[in-house]
Design a binder for this molecule. Structure first.
Ligand code: ARG
Length: 572
């Protein structure tokens, strides 16, 4: 909570006692004319045996003005408070100037460890549009959580074994003809994916393939040399391709990468141990199951009758391994909402097995991404490819850039379209609440004028250009009292609220709180810039004060974009 709110709350507590008064008690009135903060008095009626109106009136009489509170009004059941403008400006802006890229961070999570897992692909096909949402959410939440002082680690899991992998392998073995990604000039994970598609087509004509794939899986489990070599080869292609995709998307390196091929056997051991302990039971057909009727999750198979493992098996061990590796207080899984049931089961099982860390496990679930034309596509059974989508975004950005400038070098156009295209994509994916399904509108996302990433990037670049024009340092001897305009105050308040917005985004797993905040700040800045001349202000003192404000806006935009995993360009 910022110092202003804290000060007001303390004053109220002095009068009413602390019961029912905390940082959430202060509201922001819809109209700034009604004050900077409003304190609703309804809930105290009973205890104080007074009407809310009387309480507001009483507080108004008791809470006088001081160097922070410039005016107090009672308005029916509300106490409305105005804060001292120049104090607000000075404190807020000085703090930004001092903390710079640390403005918005906190130490709330000190001494606590969080591990966040994403995007955890399967190695039989390339990444798709859903993975882009996954990575945007995973990366931004990683940054946001880290900004609150938690010890944060990024983990990735490769589901690199199982029947689906064997399907690509079988198709390649049959029809690959010694071709390689190199010989075909195909990105290597796409090359693998092609054989997965081929398998599915061929299987429709020849049902015996199903059995062959299963046989291959058994051979794989038995460590068959030839099968393992093929598996190694194709997985390496898949991984190399993923790496490229991560790089284009701008993901930093993971602290740890897990492989299902290393954990699934141990997962089976966990199941057997649970069986021994009586937590799980054996069904008549030989399958190991657990009864989760009481939890409303039905009966869950943990190991098939033939001894093969199921999806949750590997996760039982992985959770423990992650805990050994990171000693986490919180373990976050960024996985689509299709797997809600899976994670409910997983966390319930971890608890049944007696792991305290189960309480710290959290499924950060997100909805589907559709395209406007997407319905037809999904009926065809094809998905939108992540690499193609990123390329399309860059091309759209390129169009936008070349429309605006005709004198840029090719390299510059390329670099900018990368920053803007990927920025637009991420911002759009983050702006919708993660829990909802969403439709991705490419053209809309790239517009410099809408509620988009490029709009925020552009606001940032525009401020940078003001400073290029000014051409000299602003200095610190600024008279903050000169920032008297209402819109200046609104801009400053948005800046002041930024740390709370970041904290809220971390607490509620909602990067959209930050996208919203940046859009609001960008819009307020634009109103300010249109009504308050900066370089052409009446005198040099005002020029300096306004420049100082501009620089703080720039800093907050940059910090916010950074938290979202988006670059803040100086020119656009
Ligand atoms: N590879 C899985 C999929 O693509 C997601 C894995 C999620 N993580 C986990 N620990 N289960 O559906």
């Amino acid at each position: 909570m910022d110092g202003f709110k804290l000060h007001i709350i303390e004053k109220i507590v002095d009068e009413l006692g602390s019961e029912g008064v905390d940082e959430s008690s202060l509201e922001v009135p819809p109209d700034p004319k009604m004050g900077d903060y409003a304190f609703p008095c309804f809930t105290f009626s009973k205890r104080l045996k007074k009407s809310p109106q009387q309480i507001a009136e009483y507080l108004k009489g008791k809470i006088g003005t001081d160097d922070i509170i410039s005016e107090v009004q009672s308005n029916g059941p509300y106490l409305n408070l105005f804060v001292n403008k120049s104090k607000l400006a000075e404190q807020t802006l000085k703090e930004v100037a001092e903390k710079k890229d640390k403005y918005g961070t906190s130490s709330a999570g000190k001494n606590q460890r969080v591990v966040i897992e994403f995007p955890s692909p399967n190695t039989n096909k390339p990444l798709h549009l859903g993975h882009l949402r996954n990575m945007a959410l995973g990366e931004s939440m990683a940054n946001i959580i880290a900004s609150q002082g938690y010890g944060l680690s990024r983990a990735n899991l490769n589901n690199d074994r199982g029947i689906h992998i064997c399907k690509s392998m079988l198709a390649y073995q049959r029809w690959g003809d010694g071709k390689t990604p190199g010989s075909e000039g195909r990105k290597s994970d796409h090359f693998v994916g092609d054989y997965y598609v081929m398998y599915n087509l061929k299987e429709k004509e020849d049902a015996s393939l199903t059995g062959e794939a299963q046989e291959m899986l058994l051979k794989w489990e038995a460590g068959d040399k030839e099968v393992r070599a093929l598996w190694e080869k194709m997985n390496t292609w898949a991984f190399d391709g993923f790496e490229e995709t991560y790089k284009t998307f701008g993901l930093p390196a993971f602290n740890k990468v897990y492989y299902e091929s290393n954990t699934y056997m141990k997962g089976k051991e966990v199941v057997m141990a649970g069986l021994k302990k009586g937590v799980f039971s054996r069904r008549d057909d030989g399958a190991v199951v657990v009864d989760l009727e009481d939890e409303g999750l039905g009966e869950k198979v943990l190991m098939r009758a033939d001894g093969t493992s199921v999806y949750v098996t590997q996760d039982l061990y992985l959770a423990q391994m992650k805990h050994d590796d990171f000693k986490y207080d919180k373990s976050v899984y960024v996985v689509a909402s299709e797997q809600n049931y899976h994670f409910k089961v997983l966390f319930t099982l971890l608890k049944k097995l007696g792991h305290d860390f189960a309480d710290g496990c959290y499924h950060f679930s997100y909805g589907m991404v559709l395209l406007p034309e997407g319905k037809m596509k999904s009926r065809e059974g094809t998905v939108v490819d992540a690499d193609d989508m990123m390329l399309e975004m860059q091309e759209l950005a390129r169009d936008e850039i070349t429309r605006r400038y005709d004198d840029l070098e090719e390299q510059e156009i390329h670099d900018r379209s990368m920053v803007i295209g990927i920025g637009a994509l991420k911002f759009y994916l983050l702006a919708t609440d993660s829990i909802k399904d969403m439709t991705f509108h490419k053209e809309q996302s790239i517009s410099f004028e809408g509620e988009t990433g490029p709009y925020v990037q552009y606001a940032h670049a525009r401020i940078c250009s003001i400073f290029r024009k000014y051409g000299k340092p602003v200095g610190a001897d600024v008279d903050f009292g000169l920032l008297k305009d209402d819109v200046e105050k609104e801009v400053i308040k948005k800046i002041q609220d930024f740390p709370d917005a970041v904290a809220a985004a971390a607490e509620h797993y909602r990067p959209s709180i930050i996208t919203r905040h940046l859009l609001d700040l960008g819009q307020l800045f634009s109103t300010f810039y249109n009504s308050c001349p900066v370089l052409k202000a009446e005198d040099e003192k005002l020029v300096k004060a306004r420049l100082f404000l501009c620089d703080c806006v720039r800093q907050v935009l940059a910090n916010g974009l950074h938290l979202l995993g988006i670059k803040a360009p100086e020119e656009m």
